[in-house]
Design a protein around this ligand. Structure first.
Ligand code: UFG
Length: 345
């Protein structure tokens, strides 16, 4: 297959590109390099066994309909994996228009280009942030839980899910073959176990990379955002899914998509770890000590989020291979040790 991977120079997108190349697909990466890393694409191009014409890179924007349509036609794209997006909850609260422009309007432009080029398979990176703050009786979160996002980031992703539902209904009504999946990610973590590519965000705000930077001495420690939540140890609980398992789920979905399909899946491992458990695991894995401070709650953090992740297993046979948090953190640590300054190392 020929797959257009938007955001293919980013953390999750680059792991998807790696897997698709290893599976023998042709991949066209479209990334505006606002937050992605050209070095990630270059590293993947150099992987053993990757053919010279297997990977194309275009530095451009998903909102550039002319460019995207031409890319789709010129390369004979049959599937889109759409990762390109802004993904900081806090930033989205301060810049809601930007989030809706890049995430929502950007996805609409991309779909219009796909429509024009006759590309009829679309896999969308959605998020558990579309669920907002589910009630205690809605945890673990299954796909039927009502989506009530509490920040513009979650709202911008939910808006795209709705656009996809409307567009696919119309295509179905017209007897056209469009199919899509919206995959609602929980907390994506870890990296390529070979250490070729990894997580490099600026600024970095995610718990595991922040802890690993502290372990490397790149930060003066870690602050726990809130220790008075109604959880076992008082800190927030999240569902950490390894990025390679996440990508594996995309491939399972891609291979299963039939004309007319509209598939919705949560992607998590189905169990939660508290912030304190993550810090303890990182200390075991890295064998480093670093200061841990107890701080105030961070605005907008739901206390407990983990998935009821059985649907994709039942329907497609997908199962997370990484269920041990130490193993997940160990893959991230391999990258951070080798690349203490990310791709700039
Ligand atoms: N945390 C700390 N200290 C830090 C960083 C994080 O205590 O320095 C805590 C957070 O408060 C939270 C947990 O660690 O309880 C995880 O935080 P992350 O920032 O790593 O991840 P989030 O759960 O906030 O965000 C993730 C995704 C988002 C998605 C969101 C849905 O990264 O894209 O889940 O809630 F929108």
């Amino acid at each position: 297959m020929t797959i257009l991977v938007t955001g293919g120079a980013g953390y999750i997108g680059s792991h998807a590109v790696q897997r698709l190349l290893n599976d023998g697909h042709r991949v066209v990466v479209l990334d505006n390099l606002d937050r992605g890393h050209r070095e990630a694409v270059d590293a993947l191009r150099g992987m053993e066994g990757v053919g010279a014409d297997q990977l194309s890179f275009e530095a451009g924007d998903i909102a550039d309909g002319g460019l995207v349509g031409a890319l789709m036609r010129d390369h004979g794209v049959d599937t889109v994996m759409h990762f390109a997006a802004l993904a900081y909850v806090g930033e989205s609260v301060h810049e809601p228009l930007r989030y809706h422009r890049v995430n929502t309007a950007g996805a609409i432009s991309l779909l219009e280009a796909a429509d024009g080029a006759g590309v009829s398979r679309f896999i969308f990176s959605s998020t558990c942030a579309t669920y907002g703050e589910p009630g205690a009786d809605e945890i673990p979160i299954h796909e039927g839980v009502v989506q009530r996002p509490i920040n513009p980031y979650g709202a911008s992703k939910l808006a795209v899910e709705r656009v996809l539902a409307d567009y696919s209904a119309k295509q179905r009504a017209d007897g056209k073959a469009f199919s899509y999946a919206a995959l609602r990610y929980f907390n994506v973590a870890g990296s390529d176990p070979t250490g070729l590519i990894g997580e490099d965000h600026d600024p970095e705000t995610h718990l595991i990379p922040v802890i690993l930077q502290a372990a490397l001495g790149k930060r003066d420690g870690v602050t726990i955002f809130g220790t008075d939540y109604a959880t076992e140890d008082g800190t927030c609980v999240r569902d950490y899914i390894h990025v390679c398992d996440l990508v594996d789920a995309h491939v399972a979905v891609m291979n299963a998509l039939e004309p007319g399909d509209a598939r919705l899946y949560n992607l998590g491992i189905g169990r939660g770890y508290s912030v304190r458990e993550i810090i303890d695991a990182a200390k075991r894995v890295t064998r480093k000590e670093f200061p841990v401070r107890e701080g105030e709650r961070r605005a907008g953090d739901p206390p407990v989020l983990y998935a009821e992740a059985g649907k994709i297993g039942r329907e497609l046979g997908w199962k997370a291979k990484y269920t041990d948090i130490d193993e997940i953190i160990a893959t991230a640590w391999r990258w951070f040790e080798k690349h203490p300054d990310g791709y700039a190392s």
